[in-house]
Design a binder for this molecule. Sequence first.
Ligand code: GLV
Ligand code: MN
Ligand code: MN
Length: 401
Amino acid sequence: MDANDLLAGIEAIGRNPGGGYTRLAWDDATMQLREWFAGSAAALGLEVTEDGNGNQLAWWGHGPDALLVGSHLDSVPEGGPLDGPLGVSSALAAVARLKAEGWQPSRPIAVVNFTDEEGGRFGVACLGSRLATGAITPDAALALRDDAGDSLAEVMSAQGRDPRAVGRADWLDNVSSYVELHVEQGRWLEPHGSAVGVASAIWPHGRYRFDFCGQGNHAGATAMADRHDPMLAYAATVLAARELATIGDRSHSRSPQARATFGRVRVNPGSTNSIPSTVTAWLDARAASEAELEALVGAIIGRAEAAALADGTTVATRAESTTGAVEFDHALRHRLAALLDAPVLPTGAGHDAGILAATLPTAMLFVRNPTGVSHAPEESATPDDIDTGVDALVRVVKELG
Ligand code: GLV
Ligand code: MN
Ligand code: MN
């Protein structure tokens, strides 16, 4: 069982005509991927379990002190083929290689497929790992709604899962470290001439909902001076976000080490010849420290409020999902970097490993992405680099297992 073959086996699942992948939690594509995961793991002689949150685990051995390896199988809308599936496929391929060699682990090994890492359906990133670790309450999670208005509780029930089983997972008590292999997001390994790197840290980041509210009206009959158009404050906020993340905000003495993105917007009623009544938009913001992130988001909200006021409109904001700064376990990351002779690099992306890092020693391996593009169809790694990533994971499992 080879990682490139495993990935080829799922390349048609959830692929859109434009080549992007839409695999959202509990949709048809991720349900097929669950079956693929269970079947592939069973073919390796692993025992497959699913916790109350939908996280799938494939066990090689039982008992305490397990080493967890894996990633997730969901994607962002129109995402790439590797963000998530590369880590799961590489973990299965590594176990296959170790079994073929006759290697015997001294502790249990588990391969994981975390549910809803991207938060592409219910808005909260890393929902499966947050629930398993108790970082979000079952009530808060079950009440989340997707764009169709269905709650997580309803969606899970429709897929035959019991919403009452959602919450902190017992299996976590038997796990003492986690290693997640992931496609690189950004382009750092290519110019540094390395196929594999080890993660040092994840920037703090969050998702914030902005509800701009105005007066819907006729696009032809309403004079420009008489409008309360919420689109204008939204547009001003998008520009302010770029400016504040790029040049910083001197009043907060903040360095320009930040990112701010409005990637999702909903306009109501969404009619060409109507002034909108509401515009709802989601900001993804990230910065090098929690203080900088707070200052950045505060400054963007301040600019949104000022713009709304100027047009006689309003804006209400709330955080939907936040993740603090993550420093991966120092001893583990130095051990793996030395073992693999690999460079250590930070990541601007979020991961389940970042959630688990609050609970147990956690590390990440990155596999070179020649385009640097991620969350888009151009996300890639060469077949040779994918094999090199599996080699690295095999060495890590042997070292730790
Ligand atoms: C996940 O990839 C994220 O960084 O949002
Ligand atoms: Mn992602
Ligand atoms: Mn990912």
